[in-house]
Write a protein that binds this ligand. Structure first.
Ligand code: PLP
Length: 287
């Protein structure tokens, strides 16, 4: 069974999919992206991801390539053609193809659009979640607009590689004041030593995670309090529990920070409960 990608208006075999060498996303990182979790072949958290896509594009003055309704049809068709039920959908929208110049091209250059779909082995990811993962910390070295979901991910890629080389799955950036901002591809949370659920507020230079946002909504519904206040790596090490959220990780328990066990060094009840609640909500609201 083949994989297919959507590239600028057509579905092509994944292995043959390519973009122009003067695509501004390729040369300048002048593009934004979204990643949806797929549950039973449906897009999770649709509203949050579409709203953030429109916001990221607006901040960069790139036009939506088509209406939300048309884009939804393209995304669903990409899922259908790839026959994926449980997985991830990647959408990239860039400023398009133009002779290489830093400033925006003159005239009407159509935005470039790429969609890929990949399958996720849910049994394997559930097994990983049940064991928990390790994270490392690393100095924050990204630009000042991490709220825009751009493909300029070199610091994130380097941090993730450093994590991998130390047997961890995520790197938490730490700002000049000594507080964790977020992970290289996830938001960071703890259940602190006093039992309070904490995650950084979105006035900070972080991505407004859609999974984070949905989880906050679930928590409100459950009547559970959350303190949107930054924490330090030392507080994370002294915490009862820690976890990360994102379309890829969903809600993933963290059992080690910089080789230091969090709590008892095993997956805690809060992270697993929130994982279950988030997945239930996401499955029920996917389109
Ligand atoms: N923070 C960063 C830097 C990310 O790249 C991501 C996801 O890729 C997240 C947070 C989590 O965002 P979301 O929950 O919307 O996937």
């Amino acid at each position: 069974m083949g994989r297919y990608a959507y590239v600028n208006g057509s579905f092509v075999r994944h292995g043959d999919a390519s973009v122009h060498i003067e695509d501004r996303g390729y040369q300048l990182g002048d593009a934004v992206y979204e990643v949806w979790a797929l549950f039973d072949g449906k897009l999770a958290d649709p509203e949050g991801h579409f709203a953030r896509l429109e916001r990221s594009l607006g901040e960069l003055r790139i036009a939506m390539p088509m209406t939300r309704a048309a884009l939804t049809i393209v995304l669903r068709e990409a899922v259908r053609r790839n026959r994926v039920r449980e997985g991830l959908l990647y959408l990239q929208v860039g400023r398009g193809v133009a002779p290489r110049n830093h400033a925006f091209p003159d005239g009407d250059v159509p935005p470039s659009v790429v969609v890929t779909v990949s399958a996720v082995d849910r049994a394997a990811t559930e097994a990983k979640a049940a064991k928990g993962v390790a994270v490392i910390t690393t100095p924050e070295n990204r630009w000042g607009r991490c709220d825009i979901k751009t493909v300029g991910l070199l610091p994130n890629a380097l941090a993730k590689q450093a994590a991998k080389e130390r047997g961890a799955v995520e790197a938490w950036f730490v700002d000049d004041l000594g507080f964790v901002t977020e992970g290289a591809s996830s938001n960071a949370w703890i259940v602190d030593a006093e039992g309070r659920l904490r995650t950084r507020d979105t006035n900070a230079n972080i991505l407004r995670g859609v999974t984070r946002f949905t989880l906050l909504d679930v928590l409100r519904e459950e009547g559970m309090e959350v303190d949107e206040r930054p924490f330090t790596p030392a507080e994370a090490k002294a915490a009862k529990e820690a976890f990360i959220t994102g379309a890829g990780s969903l809600v993933l328990p963290v059992i080690k920070v910089d080789d230091h066990p969090v709590g008892d060094g095993v997956v805690g009840p809060m992270a697993m409960k929130l994982r279950r609640l988030y997945i239930e909500r996401a499955r029920a609201t996917a389109i």
